[in-house]
Design a protein around this ligand. Structure first.
Ligand code: HEC
Ligand code: HEC
Length: 128
């Protein structure tokens, strides 16, 4: 019982690190520049940049693969952006609903699924 709760707390802490930012850290919120539907609306600019850089590396693409060129980044004109949101929700759900239920010995670190688990530097994951 205690073990299970501890694991859940560790998982939540890890997820918080991946997709949101601690409520304690402060940064100016430029709401007009943002259109966040999955990430925390209070996420810092630095953390947002870090996540975007990860997307770029994990999928082997440039920013405009998901963001329409000559548009503000908040624009949803590029349909890949919404596909990406679906992927973000899917990844969160895999971790919360499934990966966290795998029993881990105290010595084994909980390993979360992330974009690179499947993508490995490609926009369309290779099945080979
Ligand atoms: C794989 C797709 C993808 C790539 C590549 C990507 N982004 Fe994003 N970006 C998104 C998605 C999806 C959101 C909105 C997330 C949400 O709704 O919570 C977003 C949001 C943003 C935002 C906040 C505006 C908004 O829509 O709320 C900025 C700024 C941004 N990205 C900049 C960048 C930059 C700069 C790069 C390149 C270094 C980049 N992004 C690469 C998918 C991507
Ligand atoms: C469980 C494996 C898996 C994970 C985890 C995963 N993806 Fe995907 N992703 C796929 C598959 C498979 C496709 C191709 C689906 C198709 O046939 O259109 C895909 C497609 C995409 C596409 C559309 C590519 C295109 O050109 O149509 C984007 C963007 C994307 N993923 C972003 C992400 C991001 C960002 C993450 C992490 C938040 C992520 N994915 C996590 C499996 C995964």
């Amino acid at each position: 019982m205690i073990r299970g709760n501890k694991r859940k707390m560790l998982l939540l802490a890890a997820l918080t690190g991946v997709f949101t930012v601690s409520l304690l850290s402060f940064s100016p919120i430029k709401q007009q520049d943002r259109n966040l539907k999955v990430l925390s609306k209070n996420i810092s600019d630095d953390k947002l940049d870090q996540i975007m850089d990860e997307f770029k590396a994990d999928l082997g693409v440039k920013c405009n693969y998901c963001h329409a060129p000559q548009q503000p980044k908040s624009s949803d004109a590029n349909p890949k952006k919404d596909i990406c949101r679906t992927m973000m929700r899917m990844t969160d759900e895999m971790n919360l609903k499934y990966v966290s239920l795998i029993p881990h010995a105290d010595t084994v670190k909980l390993q979360l699924v992330n974009c690179n688990t499947c993508h490995r530097g490609q926009a369309i994951p290779s099945v080979k």
